[in-house]
Design a protein around this ligand. Structure first.
Ligand SMILES: [Zn+2]
Length: 458
């Protein structure tokens, strides 16, 4: 059924206009006023509401074997959570470990997602080793529509690659026009600092942050960007968490290195004191890079406001309480990760737009448009324009609510943002013209999501 979204304030990364949006089948076919519509069109009154392009979360983990367990969400639960929170497209990290075959891993991740996602999706392909078959396999994966790789400078022995493999990956990426996303922490230093702290009897979750201090992240960021500089590849630093790492990335950019920067919502609204809570409360807030000292917030928000930080993602990675308890005797054994796929947009709106830190254009850019451009989805995704997919969020800025595990869609049994207030939420969300969410409730098709084939643009 055609849709007419009437009289909303349509906000994109570069404009704000009052008007109507007409959607036929899966696409936006007209924008304006007094549009001629077919009989039987569903009319949605968006008066007093903001109308945004569907939001894009460029960094999530859904299917994820990690530290001998699996993250809790399925593609169904994560995608429903995403949609209720206004996210209509996610890019999942496809992360086979060093011991797995990359191509088999890719097929496995793709089959998992194809089993049922309510929103659209793509993958960043993790390169966790570089052997004789890697180049041919990566070429095949890129030909299938994947235009971004992921490398871990951290997680030695699991996903992490060495400098030689990093060089080979970047050289190939440059040739293929693929952007390389990177987790930037020095693996050797993390491992040594972990061992030292444990030997000193420092085993609680409050020692996770000191085991991967800001300087270790800054080193990883500097090294990654130096490799970009010397290979000519395009890069993207994921979940940058601290001011020293930010300075390293911006210094590289000032030298002409093609590097983009992602922040994730936990680093923008939580701080290290959450992981310093005793026992399980602290463990719930263990992620890497860790939640940092609050003094980093001002630098991250300022860089985000001016667009120096490009995107805001989540690193959605939910492990439940029983899984977190695997680390009761040592913080090293705590599965790393916090959920957030449902909370990201509302928290960014609340802490960004409502508090005057971000204007509406930068909010849309950071949470949708910039990711679409960087990862080859624009203008199909990331904007409201004639010809774009009809992924639309009608947002109610007058809504007031509280985040809680009791009301979340994720399968996890806790919420890392428990009790935090939100000022605004999506009242209606569409995926390619199909209404998936009304009044905060999922009402749509659980298998609507499609794999998004992309073409290299780096
Ligand atoms: Zn991640």
């Amino acid at each position: 059924m055609p849709l007419l979204i009437r009289n909303g304030d349509i906000v994109t990364a570069d404009a704000r206009v009052r008007g109507d949006i007409y959607v036929e089948s899966e696409t936006i076919t007209a924008i304006g006023s007094d549009l001629v519509v077919a009989s039987g069109t569903e009319v949605i009154d968006a008066s007093g509401k903001l109308v945004f392009p569907g939001f894009i979360d460029p960094h999530v983990h859904i299917y994820l074997p990690f530290m001998a367990t699996f993250a809790r969400d399925t593609h169904e639960t994560a995608s429903v959570a995403a949609l209720v929170g206004g996210t209509t497209t996610f890019i999942e990290m496809c992360c086979p470990s060093r011991n797995d075959d990359a191509l088999e891993g890719y097929r496995l991740w793709k089959a998992e997602a194809a089993s049922g996602s309510a929103c659209d999706y793509s993958f960043h392909m993790s390169v966790s080793k570089f052997t004789d078959v890697t180049e041919a396999q990566l070429r095949e994966i890129v030909a299938d529509g994947i235009t971004s790789f992921k490398v871990f400078l951290a997680y030695k022995g699991a996903f992490g690659i060495d400098d030689g493999e990093l060089y080979q990956t970047l050289m190939l990426a440059r040739q293929l026009g693929v952007i390389v996303t990177a987790h930037c922490e020095n693996a050797e230093l993390v491992s040594r600092l972990q061992q030292r702290l444990i030997a000193e009897g420092k085993t609680g979750p409050e020692w996770h942050e000191p085991s991967r201090p800001e300087s270790v992240e800054a080193e990883g960021t500097h090294r990654f960007t130096t490799f970009l500089e010397n290979t000519g590849a395009s890069g993207y630093v994921v979940h940058l968490s601290s001011e020293p790492a930010l300075r390293a990335a911006l210094a590289a950019r000032a030298r002409g290195v093609r590097v983009s920067i992602e922040a994730v919502i936990p680093h923008l609204v939580l701080d290290r004191t959450f992981a310093e809570r005793s026992g399980i409360e602290g463990m719930k807030h263990v992620m890497s890079p860790p939640l940092r000292d609050r003094r980093n917030h001002a630098a991250l928000w300022a860089a985000l406001a001016e667009g120096a930080i490009d995107t805001v993602a989540t690193d959605h990675c939910p492990f439940d309480v029983s899984q977190k308890r695997m680390g009761e005797r040592s913080f090293v054994e705590i599965p790393n990760g916090i959920g957030g796929i449902e909370e990201r947009v509302n928290l960014l709106y609340t802490h960004g737009v409502s508090r005057g830190r971000l204007d509406l254009q930068r909010f849309v850019d950071a949470a949708s448009t910039r990711a679409a451009k960087l990862f080859g989805l624009f203008p199909r995704k990331g904007t409201i324009a004639v010809g774009s997919d009809a992924d639309i969020v009608v947002y109610d800025p007058t809504y007031r609510g509280t985040l809680s595990a009791a009301t979340q869609q994720s399968r996890n049994d806790y919420n890392g943002f428990e009790g935090m207030a939100i000022e605004g939420r999506p009242s209606l969300v569409t995926v390619r013209g199909c209404v998936q969410v009304r009044d905060g409730q999922f009402v749509g098709e659980r298998t609507r999501g499609r794999f998004l084939r992309r073409t290299p643009n780096a």
